[in-house]
Ligand binder design. Structure first.
Ligand code: MLT
Length: 403
């Protein structure tokens, strides 16, 4: 008889963002006339940049022309895109060879798939609060998880410790959900820890494009020694509006070896078996992101989300709620008022002002008592949400709102 993977029993019953969607849908069924403002899942509201759309159209036409048609694509990514991404790193002084770049269907897919590189016996350290897919992917793989909580006390940026007996660690900066960003010094501590232990860092850099402060690292490969201990996972979802289009990339340095095995070679072997490459059309669209024009256009879109962050931050500042993020990051992470539990605050927001956010508890125990807002909504919705939130928080402070 087939034995199912019983580790699925160890997962929470439902995935965070599906729970939010289900609760929201139930509410809307009962109150169809209400105008809902969605600031929960980090899904972008702006369309793809014009240069990307143009490249996608051209690639579709190529597929109609016998002379320009493309069949299977190289499993690890088209040369033109791997070269464009390596050159993009090069512009920031980071030397990455195109063979170290793997084109993927997105960061979340990749974060799970990369588990194939690690024997089940390896324990994973997860800095928390954390994007729930890290822990879920480890649970499905039957891996031991060590939870590393962070809090307001350390600015949600945990420091490594030689007592942490982990073989791999998930780090995310700018962080989802807290918006906290590692400094070079802190990241260096993690790189040194990993090299000392022979551990591997899975560095989720999906939000790097939101860093505006020149001193903050946008890639772990800005840190000396990272090439012998880190894999960087990136996405065009938030950077360039690819949430519905799906495209990302992963950097696995040639220098990353464990017990004589090259993780880069292993990943080539994995991809050649498990994928037939990402579609030509998408990769052409992705390559447009790395042109001068594409970069200018994505900066314009990111500026819109940064303005949203400023609008929401201002409302919280005036009302005196403690929060992080919103600067160098597209998420705002706030304390729930009156020591409320995060799902209770979620219900209150939905019921009273029809604003959807993400309860901190969904990002692990360390997130309880906090709440996340995404700044990827439309400016009109964000302004309206900020106004409603401000009114509600003032009402709570004055004892006018039933909690
Ligand atoms: C989030 O809201 O945390 C992200 O949008 C989810 C994702 O990228 O899958």
């Amino acid at each position: 008889m087939m034995q199912p993977n019983s580790h699925y029993n160890d997962l929470k019953e439902d995935y965070l963002f599906r729970m939010i969607a289900a609760k929201t849908a139930d509410f809307m069924k009962e109150h169809p006339q209400k105008k809902l403002l969605r600031m929960g899942i980090g899904d972008v509201s702006l369309p793809l940049p014009p240069s990307v759309i143009r490249a996608l159209h051209e690639a579709v036409s190529d597929q109609a022309d016998p002379l320009r048609f493309h069949g299977y694509m190289p499993e690890c990514g088209a040369d033109f895109l791997r070269e464009a991404i390596a050159a993009h790193y090069g512009k920031r002084g980071i030397l990455i060879h195109p063979s170290e770049v793997f084109v993927s269907s997105g960061a979340s897919d990749e974060l799970g798939d990369l588990q194939d590189l690690f024997a089940p016996v390896n324990a994973a350290l997860v800095m928390e609060p954390a994007y729930p897919a890290y822990a879920d992917a480890c649970v499905i793989a039957g891996r031991k998880i060590l939870h590393l909580p962070s809090s307001w006390e350390n600015g949600f940026l945990p420091v490594p410790d030689d007592r942490l007996e982990a073989d791999m660690v998930y780090l995310c900066s700018p962080n989802n959900p807290t918006g906290a960003v590692f400094t070079k010094e802190l990241l260096r501590d993690w790189v040194e820890w990993a090299n000392r232990r022979g551990a591997v860092i899975l560095f989720d850099a999906a939000y790097e494009a939101f860093i505006t402060d020149e001193d903050l690292p946008r890639s772990i490969f800005e840190i000396d020694g990272a090439k012998t201990c880190a894999i960087e996972i990136c996405s065009l979802s938030k950077t360039a509006g690819f949430t519905g289009t799906r495209l990302g990339y992963t950097v696995i340095p040639e220098a990353l070896l464990r017990q004589g095995m090259s993780l880069n070679r292993m990943w080539v072997r994995n991809r050649t078996t498990k994928t037939n490459g990402i579609s030509y059309i998408l990769q052409k669209g992705g390559a447009a992101v790395f042109t001068e024009e594409g970069q200018r256009e994505i900066r314009e879109n990111i500026a819109v989300y940064q303005k949203n962050a400023a609008v929401l931050s201002e409302a919280l500042e005036i009302v005196g709620i403690r929060f992080t993020g919103g600067k160098n990051a597209p998420y705002i992470w706030m304390n729930c008022p009156d020591r409320m539990k995060s799902w209770d605050f979620f219900d209150l927001l939905l019921r009273e002002i029809q604003v959807v956010g993400t309860p901190g508890a969904g990002f692990g125990e360390a997130g309880e008592g906090c709440f996340r807002f995404s700044t990827f909504g439309s400016p009109v919705d964000t302004e309206e949400a900020a106004k409603r939130l401000f009114g509600l928080l003032c009402g709570i402070r004055e004892g006018m709102v039933r909690l």
